[in-house]
Design a protein around this ligand. Structure first.
Ligand code: UDP
Ligand code: MG
Length: 330
């Protein structure tokens, strides 16, 4: 089999998307064929429990431009994207969801911007259809918060739908942190970046694979990857409490010296206030320990140095399926 190096790779994570896979591949191919450049579609099966893996095999047999990486279990969306970009061989790599929320028809626009010389072209959700108000609201809040508290300027309202030049993909391939927030990392690396607005559609079929629990973990990964602010909050709270206690102490001593009633009684107004303060300080301390815990847990995951993902099989790749972006190349 001869291998022609594709110009464009399209990477899509797949987790129980049997209803949409065929249509997804067809629409991507239909969008890319008019460009007249060789392309590949890299599907990453993130431990699906439905018929997605069989479908991927069948589509690959019919059309070898569609390649398939299968994980040994579910590793999560961000790691599926990572594997896809590791395996992709294109000069430009496009990451897109396989649920057709991101229309493949936008890809040629991203490619056009890349041809103008931009190295990261992210798609900006100008409109979102078919999301619950809760998701839209929390997402809007989150992206604005993360811009405020981090040093990377993550563009507001972007997802993982973006095109990256080979240089960017190779750079990301050398960054093996475990709790990956890809949309942040691809901005953090720098290079020439541009945005293209698009309309994000409703999911075509199936349900979201991001329940609230996963969304929260994702948000925490994003914040802890790029900000120390939560840790510094404990310091700030400490300073504020210290200042307030000092003022209080001076007041109590003053009252004692100048005999303005009984300082303990008049300052505390009974037991309940003492109890409230003790509980409040206890709560603040527990929250602070929890925040430290979030960071320590992530440090622990890095120190263990386990692989980011485990590939059960890879279909359609040359060189015994060794990820292209991780190879030594000249
Ligand atoms: N996905 C994945 N692994 C997961 C969860 C999701 O590979 O553990 C894929 C999923 O198949 C889809 C993309 O990631 O292509 C985005 O997930 P989803 O559409 O469920 O998230 P939402 O768009 O609702 O935020
Ligand atoms: Mg989706």
């Amino acid at each position: 089999m001869t291998h022609e190096r594709p110009t464009v790779s399209v990477v899509a994570p797949v987790y129980n998307e049997e209803q949409l896979l065929e249509e997804f591949c067809q629409r991507v191919a239909a969008a890319l064929e008019p460009l007249g450049e060789p392309f590949e579609i890299v599907l990453v099966n993130d431990g699906s429990r439905d018929r997605s893996p069989e479908l991927m095999r069948a589509i690959h047999a019919r059309d070898p431009r569609v390649k398939a990486v299968s994980f040994s279990k579910n590793f999560g969306h961000q790691l599926a994207i990572t594997a896809g970009t590791d395996y992709a061989q294109g000069q430009a790599v496009v990451v897109i969801d396989s649920d057709l929320q991101d229309p493949p028809e936008v890809i040629p626009e991203l490619v056009a911007k890349w041809r103008e010389g931009y190295e990261v072209v992210y798609a900006v959700r100008a409109e979102r259809e078919g999301e619950t108000w809760f998701k839209t609201f929390t997402a809007a809040l989150f992206y604005r918060l993360i811009v405020k508290i981090t040093s990377v300027n993550i563009p507001v309202d972007t997802g993982d739908f973006r095109l990256m030049d080979r240089k960017v993909v190779d750079t990301l391939a050398r960054m093996r942190e475990h709790h990956r927030f890809m949309r942040g990392l691809s901005v953090w690396v720098g290079f020439k970046q541009a945005g293209v607005p698009y309309r994000r559609h409703a999911r075509k079929a199936g349900d979201t694979k991001y329940p609230l629990r996963k969304m929260l973990k994702f948000a925490l990964d994003g914040i802890t990857s790029f900000s120390y602010l939560p840790l510094q909050l404990a310091t700030y709270m400490g300073f504020i409490t210290a200042t307030l206690s000092l003022i209080f102490l001076i007041a109590v001593v003053g009252m004692r010296l100048f005999y303005v009633g009984d300082p303990v009684d008049s300052a505390f107004y009974g037991q309940a206030s003492t109890l409230a303060m003790v509980l409040f300080i206890g709560a603040v301390q527990l929250v602070s320990i929890g925040i430290i815990g979030e960071y320590v847990g992530r440090i622990y995951d890095e120190v263990k140095g386990r692989p980011l993902y485990i590939v059960a099989d890879a279909l359609g790749f040359e060189d015994a399926g060794r990820p292209y972006s991780l190879r030594e190349r000249q």
